[in-house]
Design a protein around this ligand. Structure first.
Ligand SMILES: [Fe+2]
Ligand SMILES: [Fe+2]
Length: 312
């Protein structure tokens, strides 16, 4: 069959809500789009461990330390599911990591902000994982089978992450005036970068239209951002904090909250490598990767040895 015919059948399959599987025919642009999106997602899970790892040794109690450790381990697992999902599209783990290290691949800009206080760990779990959930719940219905199934599992773990963060914030907001101020300060610093996680406005988003037609994305950046704002406002009120946005207001007619404009200069500045921690995040990742070389070599040697004994 000609490519054009194949492409029509491919689109019909998507329109029937059937999943595309690794061995199915797919347009090259669909494959490329997915590799970019899934590897970017995987990198975000893994780089996202750094700002939180910063606080493992300084967690204020044994309980909070155990919870934080479990949460960060989950994120490593999410990275692994996603790298595996991307590998089904014909790209190798090495290629993806090289792209990250050579700054050809991106990860979520939120992880280029520092975690300065314990309250920041609360804000990250609550807002950053909270924003990620909104996106990932939607991606459970993405058209590519392995990505969709990975998301189902990831979402189950994300709701625990969101609650661990909210619990920290709730405790601090009900603590001493200093603790409450610390919680408010963390909310002030993480609110806008969390809204940036959904990406540019739909009108400025280069890849959006195609991704929607192929049902890689099921909802647009602006729709997802609105959902996040709507569900978070009440959570903020319950613990007595304030969202740092004077324009935030319930819009009766729309049935949604109106909110202020994001500082897009900051967004593009951080995305292009000039955020407060970009250099630190990348060099730490490279170092950890290099330090782990002996583990990969040992695993390969063991696999060869096992293969030989099976053959014998
Ligand atoms: Fe995650
Ligand atoms: Fe998470």
């Amino acid at each position: 069959m000609e490519n054009q015919e194949l492409e029509i059948l491919f689109q019909q399959k998507i329109d029937r809500e059937e999943k595309i599987e690794p061995k199915d025919w797919m347009p090259e642009a669909y494959r490329k789009h997915l590799i970019r999106q899934i590897s970017q997602h995987a990198h975000s899970e893994v780089i996202g461990m750094q700002p939180e790892g910063n606080w493992i040794t300084r967690a204020p109690s044994l309980r909070s330390k155990v919870v934080l450790l479990a949460k960060i381990q989950d994120e490593a697992g999410h990275g692994l599911y996603l790298y595996s999902a991307a590998e089904t599209l014909g790209v190798t783990r090495d290629e993806m990591l090289n792209a990250l290290h050579e700054e050809r691949a991106k990860y979520s800009s939120i992880f280029n902000y520092p975690t300065l206080t314990w309250a920041d760990i609360g804000a990250v779990g609550w807002l950053v994982d909270g924003a990620a959930i909104v996106n990932q719940v939607s991606l459970q219905r993405t058209s590519y089978g392995p990505y969709s199934r990975g998301m189902v599992r990831i979402c189950k773990e994300e709701s625990f992450h969101q609650r661990q963060g909210y619990e920290i914030m709730a405790h601090m907001a009900q603590g001493t005036p200093e603790q409450k101020a610390m919680a408010q300060d963390a909310l002030n610093r993480f609110w806008w970068p969390s809204l940036m996680m959904f990406g540019p406005h739909d009108s400025d988003s280069a890849h959006s239209a195609k991704a929607m037609r192929w049902k890689i994305k099921r909802e647009t950046n602006d729709e997802l951002r609105q959902k996040f704002v709507d569900k978070t406002v009440q959570q903020v009120e319950v613990i007595g904090l304030t969202i740092p946005d004077p324009e935030l207001k319930w819009n009766e007619e729309k049935g949604h909250y109106d909110f202020g404009e994001i500082n897009w200069d900051e967004f593009y500045n951080v995305i292009s490598g000039n955020g407060p921690c970009n250099k630190q995040r990348l060099s730490h990742h490279k170092k950890a990767h290099d330090n782990g070389a002996w583990v990969r070599e040992a695993a390969e040697a063991y696999a060869r040895k096992k293969q030989k004994s099976v053959a014998a």
